[in-house]
Design a protein around this ligand. Structure first.
Ligand SMILES: [Fe+2]
Length: 461
């Protein structure tokens, strides 16, 4: 079924600072916590399914209809379900262009629209009303200019508002890069990366001011394994040498891409990237999956180590530095510095994967040793989702002046809350915790949108 979209629906007239009044600790310069809500409007919590084509078909059928390509085709039921879908398409009872995507992986806001994203499918535009409700506006093909899936991790340049994105495919071209302008118009000059000779799992990428950066990793797509072997469509290729590709953001073809071998570097996500030495050096920071053999079928044993990879574009020399011994992923930074040199990153601590048991702040400018600058473990039995960095409204020069927010679940009491931490404080102090009236499932990725963004949302056209 289509996955739910959950939003901590702070209404447009309600600021995060208002929400902090719900519960505040430690800072004596602030007013005491009020006994009840004092904002202009109370915060709202709204949970809605994204009305994907898949969701509508399965809701009408009252059962699962489509196989899930990410979890694979398993057993007789999986094959029957797959055969039934093919039969419906061949007999004209199902439109294959309507797609089977879930829109359950990430959220992005650009060009005045909020999108729910799942990489096998087109984006789904959703709308947040002033009352905090969520409406699916539909599958979004950018005026017919986008016909295939899109990464759930598009990158919005914080200065220009332009968006860089890509799609990957089990058939050539295996990776295609494209751009969307600040007004939300997809640009026509797609760049197929024909230099990628094998379909691989490319879940995330990165941008700097001038480059788009792709990690060609050892997790590969094996569609024949799924069809004829039955099972997961992804596998590992121990003989493949991982590499990092650096493509000028405005390249017209992949003639301009340069690939650098980085053996054993297998990041699923990136954290941030930037240029140094006047653009002669590209720096990439990402959690490297060390135990690749576990990541697909024994996730709880998987270990990720945050690494800084420096690539000298003139000499081709690649140097690598581990930044922490912690098992970390889901890294975020202050989004105002995406693609620019930035000091601090915040990551979830796996214990074990996929349970996020705490948060770790990494100092990317620290030289030598473990670069952990601060950390906070949640109480025993409590686990969080992905962290989101919300810049403080009156952000200073510190670049980490803001809040870390996440949903938190207590496995013992089965209670959910929305947690707010001070990103600058030495122990990532909890400054607010909002009890939630109902369950918010653990999820992949989320997004914080401002009241200004919500007011600027566009309609269907
Ligand atoms: Fe992701």
């Amino acid at each position: 079924m289509a996955a739910p979209t959950s939003a901590m629906g702070l209404t447009p007239s309600t600021s995060l600072a208002d929400a902090l009044h719900l519960r505040r600790r430690g800072d004596t310069s602030l007013p005491p916590p009020p006994r009840k809500w004092r904002g202009n409007r109370p915060p709202t919590l709204c949970s809605r399914y994204v009305q994907t084509c898949r969701y509508l078909v399965e809701r009408k059928a009252g059962r699962n209809v489509f196989p899930n390509i990410f979890s694979g085709i398993h057993g007789v039921v999986g094959f029957v379900r797959c055969a039934a879908v093919i039969s419906r398409i061949l007999t004209g009872r199902m439109d294959p262009s309507a797609a089977f995507g879930l829109a359950n992986t990430g959220l992005a806001y650009f060009g005045g629209r909020l999108f729910a994203l799942g990489e096998p499918d087109l984006p789904y535009a959703v709308h947040l009303s002033p009352s905090g409700d969520i409406t699916t506006m539909g599958r979004w093909d950018f005026g017919g200019k986008l016909s295939m899936g899109t990464t759930a991790h598009p990158k919005k340049d914080p200065i220009t508002g332009e968006v860089s994105a890509f799609r990957y495919s089990p058939v050539p071209p295996f990776v295609t890069y494209f751009r969307i302008d600040a007004e939300g118009r997809k640009q026509p000059d797609d760049v197929p990366l024909f230099s990628v000779s094998q379909p691989s799992f490319l879940h995330d990428f990165a941008i700097t001011e001038n480059y788009a950066i792709f990690c060609d990793i050892q997790i590969v797509i094996q569609p024949l394994q799924m069809v004829f072997g039955g099972g997961f469509p992804f596998g590992t290729d121990a003989g493949k040498v991982s590499r990092v590709g650096i493509l000028p953001r405005y390249a017209e073809s992949d003639r301009d891409i340069r690939w650098f071998d980085v053996p054993g570097f297998n990041p699923v996500h990136t954290i941030n990237e930037w240029e140094e030495d006047g653009g002669a050096t590209v720096v990439l920071v990402a959690p490297n999956v060390l135990s690749l053999e576990h990541v697909l079928d024994k996730m709880e044993l998987a270990v990720s180590c945050v690494e800084m990879v420096r690539i000298d574009l003139k000499s081709g020399v690649v140097s690598r530095t581990p930044l922490s011994s912690g098992n970390l992923d889901f890294g975020v930074i202050n989004p105002r510095y995406l693609g620019r040199r930035h000091r601090y990153a915040y990551l979830g601590l796996w214990d074990p994967q996929p349970m996020v048991a705490g948060v770790v702040k990494i100092d990317m400018e620290k030289k030598g040793g473990d670069c952990v600058a601060a950390s906070r473990m949640y109480d025993p039995g409590r686990f969080g989702g992905e962290l989101i960095f919300v810049p403080a409204p009156d952000e200073g020069e510190g670049k980490d002046d803001g809040y870390l927010v996440t949903f938190l679940h207590d496995e013992n009491t089965r209670k959910w809350s929305f947690l707010v931490m001070d990103a600058r404080s030495p122990d990532l102090e909890v400054v607010a915790e909002v009890s939630l009236p109902r369950r918010v499932p653990y999820s992949f990725h989320g997004l914080f949108v401002t009241a200004e963004d919500l007011r600027a949302q566009r309609g269907k056209s």
